[in-house]
Design a protein around this ligand. Structure first.
Ligand SMILES: *[C@@H]1O[C@H](CO)[C@@H](O)[C@H](O)[C@H]1NC(C)=O
Ligand SMILES: *[C@@H]1O[C@H](CO)[C@@H](O)[C@H](O)[C@H]1NC(C)=O
Ligand SMILES: *[C@@H]1O[C@H](CO)[C@@H](O)[C@H](O)[C@H]1NC(C)=O
Ligand SMILES: *[C@@H]1O[C@H](CO)[C@@H](O)[C@H](O)[C@H]1NC(C)=O
Length: 438
């Protein structure tokens, strides 16, 4: 009796085990692209460069899409859109066909420093939807680095003007602060700083134009502590902070502007030509473009250093009655519309862009074509920040022009479904550049 029972149980266990193994094998063999979601009508959106949601059905209003990194979906009939993260966009690793029925989306918060080919119209035209720093993109990232309205008007770091003046004497602080470690930029910012420094004292702690040393608190890891309270309190002691972007693009405004505004040091700004559109008030920062030369800017700064009430006109976002600290309605409106949830995080913008594309697919059904242009990523040929001329000294100019050929060539390859061989592509690109064909 007992023996038979044990034999029976043994047999059942073995059979079950074999069944499980066969089932697992079937799973493995079954086309992985069909397994991942059951609803056959759900459009597929493929992140070509892994970035957003992966293997996930997501509901966006009345639309629903399946997001994946799995390139096995590239020939799936449900594929409706391919998304790219700009900094990882590589010409030698792209889909080798382009169909008008499958849109392309570009998410790119960076300046062209990371991928210079993407400033050119021909390259941008390959995309249908964009999320960039431009206010004209589908999901604008213009205010990505601004923590929030509360931070802008808060006085937690704010140092009263009289105390700032005292620090200039007791701690021998210069009126102007500069901290930068990326010294070779398209905007050629250090060229301006070096000139300005001849006419007003600047404490420069970073690797660029260095003339001052951090004390031990910040010495080794200052890149990690840029948002650390102690560091922000240190920045707040300075009357002015140089806020020069690494590139000049419409609406490319970064933490370089927001950080001094948040702590209450007046930014001296160079970057987006339209940056004043986003300031808390008409006078919240000083634009170097409002001065004919660094000397004139320096003279103006000297005047503000001596005249507290003229200086404080630049700090009304800290000093006005609470309800009148920010008067710029464009800024207030844009802040209310940010897809940030409770905290301002990049991930929330990414989610919003995914949903934007998903809704376009389901609501628009290809009736309206949409093509990204320079307006959504407008970075003109870099100019000398002092003379405004196109300077031969700046090697970014050559890079910019070579990539113009790259963009033209890329568009040709993609629209004609030609796979790209990197070496051959580069050769052709340089050849076109040498013959002035772009
Ligand atoms: C996908 O489709 C393209 C063109 O339609 C074809 O050239 C390619 O071989 C296909 N790839 C796979 C993996 O089936
Ligand atoms: C800024 O100044 C202009 C003209 O001087 C004025 O029309 C505008 O309303 C002001 N904007 C803000 C936000 O104060
Ligand atoms: C996407 O852009 C291409 C041009 O690159 C265009 O031919 C196509 O019609 C556009 N598709 C959509 C859905 O807008
Ligand atoms: C490129 O390939 C796609 C997908 O196979 C096809 O729809 C399109 O017509 C092709 N374009 C050209 C120019 O051959």
């Amino acid at each position: 009796m007992m023996v038979r029972k044990i034999r029976l149980m043994f047999a059942i266990t073995i059979t079950l085990g074999i069944c499980i193994i066969i089932f697992q094998l079937c799973l493995l063999l079954y086309d992985s692209t069909k397994l991942s979601f059951s609803d056959d009508n759900t459009p597929v959106i493929l992140w070509w460069t892994p970035f957003g949601n992966n293997n996930q059905v997501k509901t966006c209003g009345s639309a629903k899409c399946y997001f994946t990194y799995n390139r096995a979906f590239k020939n799936n009939t449900r594929l409706k859109s391919i998304l790219f993260y700009g900094s990882d966009f590589r010409i030698h690793d792209l889909p080798n066909w382009r169909s008008n029925a499958i849109s392309w989306g570009l998410l790119h918060e960076e300046s062209p420093r990371n991928n210079p080919i993407l400033v050119h119209e021909k390259a941008l035209n390959l995309f249908n939807y964009s999320s960039t720093f431009s206010r004209f993109s589908d999901v604008p990232l213009t205010l990505l680095d601004l923590p929030g309205l509360e931070e802008l008007i808060a006085t937690s770091y704010y140092v009263p003007t009289k105390e700032k003046s005292v620090f200039m004497h007791t701690e021998n602080l210069a009126p102007v602060l500069y901290i930068q470690s990326d010294c070779d930029t398209a905007s050629d910012r250090d060229h301006y700083v070096i000139e300005l420094m001849k006419h007003i004292r600047i404490d420069s702690y970073g690797a660029c134009v260095n003339n001052a040393q951090f004390d031990d608190r910040f010495k080794n890891n200052y890149l990690d502590i840029l948002n650390n309270r102690e560091f922000l309190s240190f920045v707040a002691k300075y009357k002015f902070t140089i806020a020069f972007e690494n590139a000049v693009c419409d609406d490319y405004v970064t933490e370089k502007l927001w950080r001094p505004l948040v702590v209450g040091s007046v930014p001296i700004y160079y970057g987006s030509p339209s940056f004043k559109d986003w300031l808390p008030n008409n006078k919240s920062a000083i634009s170097i473009l409002d001065f004919a030369s660094p000397v004139e800017l320096a003279n103006f700064l000297h005047k503000l250093v001596r005249d507290d009430s003229a200086y404080e006109e630049y700090l009304s976002h800290k000093l006005n009655e609470r309800d009148y600290r920010v008067t710029n309605n464009r800024l207030l409106h844009a802040l209310r519309k940010r897809p940030t949830g409770t905290i301002n995080e990049f991930a929330n913008y990414m989610e919003a862009f995914e949903c934007f594309v998903c809704e376009q697919i389901q609501n628009n059904r290809g009736l309206k074509t949409s093509i990204v242009t320079r307006k959504q990523y407008n970075c003109p040929l870099p100019r000398d920040p002092i003379t405004g001329e196109i300077s031969k000294r700046n090697w970014w100019i050559q890079q910019w022009n070579i990539e113009k050929c790259g963009a033209k060539l890329l568009a040709h390859y993609i629209t004609n479904n030609i796979s790209i061989n990197r070496n051959h592509f580069d050769e052709q690109k340089i050849n076109m550049y040498d013959h002035n064909e772009c």
